[in-house]
Design a binder for this molecule. Structure first.
Ligand code: PEP
Length: 253
């Protein structure tokens, strides 16, 4: 059974004190996760260790970094390597968020390198893909997303693809309050799984958790997560409000 995952992306928000308070509030909300469910918090680099400490003794709650460098180490001022993240005991890293693609000019080839270096350092990537509005308007989103997967992921072995995590995030739905319809989400998730199946076989494709991202909130999470190929969500804005994110976690199937 593939994992159902509620992943938070705090982006560049919150002071340390606010981040600690949010974590305390979430823990106080009495989140309960079944065996095949996880919650992962994508927190800013400086808070990773602190928030991990807060989650000690809990089960099925993890911290992720929001990015890592494509380079191993060296003269890359301001960058954080996968090796560094591994050395502090981290297990997950978000790779290829559309904001990094846009503002940091990260392309599919660079993201392939990041995925590789994450694996080399024992990190599981949460790989983001998704189309901008003009692509959706020309109804070419399936080919667009397929190219993203092909150029960044399809050099991976079947072993690496097993239990992989992909977040499908249509850019026009991120932070806009405009969510993909249940049908649009299911259609793309099924397409992604079919593309994975044709490359790696149906058995491997079935193990991949495909999360939906784009204005998920407590009010719509249950419907979206209820779609057969939607295995949870990557959540920005609503993950900054404890009651909202607790309800989103409770909406996992
Ligand atoms: C995101 O940042 O990945 C995201 C989906 O943001 P939001 O939930 O705010 O749309």
């Amino acid at each position: 059974m593939r994992k159902q995952i509620a992943a938070a992306n705090w982006k560049m928000n919150l002071t340390l004190q606010q981040a600690e308070q949010l974590t305390d509030e979430l823990l106080a909300a009495g989140i309960s996760l079944k065996e095949d469910q996880l919650a992962i918090f994508g927190v800013p680099f400086p808070y990773i260790t602190k928030i991990r400490e807060k989650l000690e003794g809990t089960s099925r709650l993890y911290v992720a970094a929001q990015n890592c460098s494509a380079n191993k180490n060296g003269a890359y001022t301001g960058e954080v390597s996968a090796e560094m993240l591994n050395s502090i005991g981290l297990k997950y890293v978000i790779i290829g968020h559309s904001e990094r693609r846009e503002y940091n000019h990260e392309d599919n080839a660079l993201l392939a390198k990041k995925v590789d270096i994450a694996f080399e350092n024992g990190l599981q990537p949460i790989f983001c893909c998704g189309e901008p509005l003009q692509i959706r308007e020309t109804e070419t989103q399936n080919t667009y997303v397929e190219t993203q997967l092909n150029e960044s992921l399809f050099h991976l072995s079947a072993e690496q693809m097993k239990n992989f995590i992909i977040a499908y995030e249509p850019i026009w739905a991120i932070g806009t309050g405009r969510t993909a319809s249940n049908e649009q989400a299911q259609e793309m998730h099924a397409h992604i799984r079919q593309v994975l199946a044709s490359k790696y076989g149906a058995e491997i494709a079935d193990t991949v958790s495909i999360l939906y991202g784009g204005s998920v909130k407590a009010a719509n999470a249950k419907d979206i997560f209820g779609q057969p190929d939607v295995d949870g969500g990557l959540v920005g804005g609503a993950s900054l409000i404890a009651t909202e994110f607790a309800a989103i976690i409770a909406s996992l199937k």
